[in-house]
Design a protein around this ligand. Structure first.
Ligand code: 6PG
Length: 221
């Protein structure tokens, strides 16, 4: 896992916007996708990218690392929080692969799993996947080794949470399809978990989740 340290968040944000711009406007006419991370860290990056008038190429799709089972208008909705960015990209709804939070949890997970599997089966490539990192070492909505294991053979799974809302998460098998994974991590509170992820990735759900990925970078501000 390659570690890139940034002195300031703005430097990481500018680099992430340039990376998103390249992957949202690829040279190929073939179907490709960018996976957006949930959580708060990437939101200033999505806002900055939206201001840059980047228009997604007609062959580009967007998917999400995970979703909370809340309405899109909820401040907890990863899709809802990214919607201004998606609108700025000019992305038609049919090119946004997302969880339907109005369905029951298991049905929503199955629907997302089928959508992701269908995109890949049709020859779609995930050229970039962004991930966040929780202080507890989770990523997407994979909070434990058990969550990681449950995902084997699937592209998305339901994750019931004691502390609601429940979630739907991509799986390690989906992450392994991404040609490049970039963790975007910021803040002093993440210092210890970053150190653990670098030194002993198998000790964290995030490290287990990306163990099968061919190209992983950890960007830290
Ligand atoms: C989610 C995210 C989750 C997030 C981390 C970090 O939906 O919660 O996908 O994996 O990336 O919890 O969150 P912050 O960026 O808010 O610290």
């Amino acid at each position: 896992m390659k570690l890139l340290r940034f002195e300031h968040f703005d430097e990481m944000a500018a680099r992430a916007v340039a990376l998103l711009s390249r992957h949202l406007q690829p040279a190929t006419p073939l179907p490709t996708a960018v996976m957006l991370s949930g959580g708060a860290t990437p939101l200033p990056i999505y806002r900055l990218a939206a201001e840059r008038n980047i228009r997604a190429s007609p062959s580009v799709h967007v998917l999400f690392s995970d979703e909370r089972m809340v309405p899109a208008r909820s401040p907890e909705s990863n899709y809802g929080n990214a919607r201004p960015f998606l609108e700025a990209l000019g992305l038609a709804d049919e090119r946004i692969l997302r969880v339907n939070p109005r369905r029951p949890l298991e049905a929503a997970a199955r629907g997302y799993d089928e959508a992701l599997a269908g995109f890949l089966r049709a020859g779609g490539r995930i050229t970039l996947g962004l991930l966040g990192l929780g202080e507890d070492g989770h990523t997407a909505s994979l909070f434990s080794a058990a969550d990681v294991e449950r995902g084997r053979g699937r592209r998305a799974i339901a994750v019931e949470r004691r502390k609601k809302p429940d979630r739907v998460s991509v799986t390690p098998d989906l992450l392994a399809e991404a040609e490049k994974i970039v963790f975007l991590v910021a803040g002093a509170a993440k210092r210890d978990v970053v150190r653990r992820l670098v030194r002993d990735p198998a000790s964290l759900p995030a490290g287990l989740a990306v163990a099968g990925c061919r190209n992983v970078e950890l960007w830290v501000a």
